[in-house]
Design a protein. Structure first.
Length: 246
């Protein structure tokens, strides 16, 4: 599989970048449409995205590099080679949330309301962007004889990028469905964190390229923490009916 889609003016354009960019564009378009429905200006979402998206990409890369420092400390120039892959979504979420919160605080708007607006967009972007891993021949699982296995280096393996993409699409549609059923601002974003983390925990167990802390898979540890913390906040918000209408 050729990771390069085409060449433009001597510059190679990778599928990885194209698909991540496509996911971002679709997410921003969706978020601006959803913002109007809750009384926010489209410009507010665009302004936030112009800050949060670059921060999320840098955060995702920094997170990956930190946990792969044994390699990158000996290959410093590779830190900037984004097209080769190596974006960890948990790092992106952390950086994006921090910047989004600071943006909302400065603009004096509800962070929880804006987070709910963006939640479906985030998971949609992840669902589309995961296909970049396919073209880079990464984020795959251990050997399997299942009929939908893909071939990597002469071995048939689990297409874990596909599992996660399908799971993310399912979460995306559920969040759209749940939008009108939420009882408080913030619940949609917390559901995103919970549901994504549940899927990621199990899918991560199949992967062979996990970031590790000793014997533990980092993504599984983070997923468990996010599930527990998000569920606690979710039920706290649920005790405040109609708070999203205030």
């Amino acid at each position: 599989m050729n990771p390069i889609a085409f060449e433009l003016f001597g510059i190679q354009v990778a599928w990885y970048g194209i698909l991540i960019s496509l996911g971002i564009i679709l997410g921003v378009i969706l978020a601006t449409k959803r913002a109007v429905a809750v009384g926010l200006h489209e410009e507010t979402v665009v302004d936030m995205c112009l800050l949060a998206i670059p921060a999320a990409i840098l955060g995702a890369r920094a997170y990956y590099v930190i946990f792969k420092w044994d390699y990158y400390s000996q290959n410093l120039s590779d830190i900037y080679r984004f097209r080769q892959g190596g974006l960890a979504i948990h790092g992106g979420i952390i950086a994006g949330v921090v910047v989004g919160y600071l943006f909302c605080k400065k603009k004096k708007i509800s962070f929880l309301k804006l987070a709910d607006v963006c939640a479906p967009s985030i998971i949609l972007g992840q669902a589309v962007g995961r296909w970049g891993n396919y073209f880079n021949q990464e984020a795959y699982g251990r050997a399997t004889e299942l009929p939908w296995a893909i071939e990597i280096d002469g071995m048939m393996v689990h297409p874990t990028f596909l599992y996660e993409s399908l799971w993310n699409f399912a979460v995306f549609f559920f969040l759209l469905y749940f939008t009108k059923k939420k009882k408080a601002d913030g619940q949609l974003f917390l559901l995103y964190l919970i549901l994504y983390s549940v899927g990621r925990f199990f899918i991560e167990g199949l992967r062979t390229d996990s970031l590790m802390i000793g014997p533990l898979r980092v993504a599984q540890v983070i997923s468990i923490v996010l599930i527990i913390v998000s569920m606690a906040f979710y039920y706290t918000l649920q005790k405040k009916p109609n708070s999203n209408k205030k």
